[in-house]
Design a protein around this ligand. Structure first.
Ligand SMILES: [Zn+2]
Length: 75
C-alpha cells in the first residue's frame, strides 16, 4: 500500500479483527487510522496529515498512535 501521509511505499499491518487501517511506514513509523476518521483524513492536505499524525503520536501511551476523528479538522 501507499502511506497516506508521505506517499511512499508502506506496509498494511491491519489485523483482520480491527476496524480502520494500520500503516507501517519506514518514514512515518507505524500508526493507526480509525475507520470513522479514514475518509476525512484522506481528504486532508499533506501538511495537515503530518500534523494529525504528530498529534496522534504525542498522545499515544501504548500501541500504535491512533488518528481518530479528533485529529481530523471538520470542514
Ligand atoms: Zn509515511
Amino acid at each position: 500500500m501507499q502511506c497516506p501521509v508521505c506517499l511512499e511505499k508502506a506496509e498494511n499491518l491491519t489485523p483482520n479483527t480491527l476496524q480502520g487501517v494500520v500503516v507501517g511506514c519506514k518514514h512515518c513509523g507505524d500508526y493507526r487510522i480509525s475507520a470513522v476518521a479514514f475518509h476525512g483524513f484522506m481528504r486532508l492536505e499533506a501538511d495537515e496529515k503530518r500534523a494529525a499524525l504528530a498529534a496522534a503520536r504525542s498522545t499515544a501511551t501504548h500501541g500504535w498512535p491512533m488518528i481518530g476523528n479528533a485529529a481530523v479538522p471538520l470542514r
